[in-house]
Write a protein that binds this ligand. Structure first.
Ligand code: SF4
Length: 441
């Protein structure tokens, strides 16, 4: 059954707005007590008093129950606007509602359909962040997700003269993202462990820990220890997102998870100095060493690229390095995804002038031509690369908002000039191919 058939024959039969993510999937930022069903609806606050007596309310919030009730009536929850916009493009449009529901058995979808909207359901897939502790301050991140970013703003003040939407992400320390001190008791973290111990470890298919840098959080190690000490009690797949940077103890991770099936996800989209410029705090040779250590120990590494305006000069070289690892360790052991950065929009690849976009598009198209026929690439890797090539195509994806572009160019210039001063970097030295355009902004 293809995606459209799944939507028409399975989902729409349950209700024209049904999405299983509302029942079975969540991202929960335990540091702040915010949650959402998938990455699209705005996050909302969990009631901290209620979760102390019923930890399942970490996921089963009043907001999500209202949304479920609307879906069961065939109405569209406003927070899911991302999907409705896509579906309104035409009767054959397939939104994320399909992809986020397809991953569950059809019986589970019927079970959700037949469960009263105000019931507390058990999650099947969950992404959690314990806190925002992170030794990196990547250019496209912000203080809500990194304590090093917080320190930048505390030391140097807000970024100034930014004009485009989202500028406020760089102007304050986002204290609401971490209202509890690292050593203070946090009701959301306590509720998570209570729920985990009571029944979540039995029902959850996949648990992904993200951050900040999760391997710098004592709570992550507590959870890893639980898995090690309770082998056989849970069939939950554990996945960890790590930047594999300085202060991440890969050998402790290997020791602690010996014999366990843990998936390691790591972010990278460029190589060498260019990668270190974008992901401030990164030591690229150390990152390679850490990936190598994981692969040598028989682990699988998933590389997640966040494709932005700066990474395109060296992205094909990163893909070559990943292919080398695939050749050495096997296709299944190293995977990559190419995720297109849309926010902050002034760092998107769409801010580049046409001739640079076209040049980068051609480089990637050549890379794909050279590698497409080989079995070491997964279908999704070919599709992601082709999707990026199409995205960079000036004809297929023209600059979407000519009115916004002067603001985006202003912010690109203003942001990286201040970033250079604060971080001791020099844009023109790292990105000679972009220098002429950058100087003209
Ligand atoms: S309908 Fe779309 S936006 Fe809403 S939860 Fe499902 S996938 Fe996410």
């Amino acid at each position: 059954m293809n995606d459209l058939e799944f939507r028409q024959q399975v989902l729409d039969e349950l209700s024209p707005s049904f999405c299983a993510a509302k029942w079975y999937n969540a991202t929960i930022w335990l540091g702040s007590g915010m949650t959402t069903s998938c990455h699209h609806p705005p996050a909302h606050l969990v009631d901290k008093d209620k979760v102390t007596t019923n930890p399942r309310l970490l996921h089963n919030t009043d907001q999500k129950k209202q949304d479920r009730a609307q879906m069961l009536r065939g109405e569209r929850p406003a927070g899911c606007e991302y999907c409705w916009k896509i579906e309104d493009m035409g009767v054959n449009a397939v939104s994320d509602r399909v992809y986020k529901s397809k991953i569950y058995p059809i019986e589970a979808l019927h079970e959700a359909r037949n469960t009263p909207a105000d019931s507390d359901v058990n999650l099947r897939t969950l992404e959690i962040a314990f806190d925002r502790t992170c030794q990196f301050a990547c250019s496209y991140c912000n203080p809500a997700f990194s304590t090093t970013w917080v320190n930048d703003i505390r030391r140097n003040g807000p970024y100034q003269y930014l004009e485009s939407d989202g500028r406020n992400h760089f102007t304050h320390t986002h204290d609401s993202a971490q209202p509890y001190g690292i050593r203070e008791s946090n009701p959301y973290v306590d509720a998570f462990f209570a729920w985990w111990e009571s029944d979540l470890h039995r029902t959850l298919q996949e648990l992904r820990i993200t951050g900040g840098e999760p391997l710098m959080s004592a709570h992550t190690w507590r959870l890893i220890d639980w898995f090690r000490d309770n082998q056989g009690r849970s069939s939950t797949r554990l996945a960890i997102n790590s930047n594999l940077g300085p202060q991440v103890d890969v050998y402790r991770l290997l020791d602690s998870t010996e014999g366990m099936d843990v998936e390691i996800y790591t972010s990278m989209e460029a190589v060498g100095k260019q990668a270190e410029y974008i992901r401030d705090g990164l030591d690229y040779p150390l990152w390679r060493q850490n990936v190598q250590a994981l692969l040598d120990a028989g682990r699988t590494v998933h590389c997640m690229a966040t494709v932005n305006a700066l990474c395109l000069t060296t992205l094909p070289r990163l893909l070559n390095e990943l292919v080398e690892w695939k050749r050495t360790y096997g296709r299944e052991r190293v995977n990559f995804t190419l995720n297109i950065l849309r926010f902050p929009s002034f760092q998107s690849a769409l801010v580049l002038p046409d001739q640079l976009r076209e040049q980068f598009r051609r480089d990637l198209a050549q890379w794909l031509t050279d590698h497409r026929g080989y079995s070491y690439l997964h279908e999704h890797e070919i599709n992601h690369t082709q999707r990026l090539i199409d995205y960079l195509d000036v004809v297929k994806t023209p600059h979407s908002d000519a009115f916004e572009m002067p603001k985006l160019h202003n912010d690109f210039r203003q942001f990286y000039r201040q970033y250079d001063q604060r971080r001791g970097k020099n844009f023109a030295e790292y990105f000679p191919k972009l220098k002429e355009w950058y100087d003209s902004l």
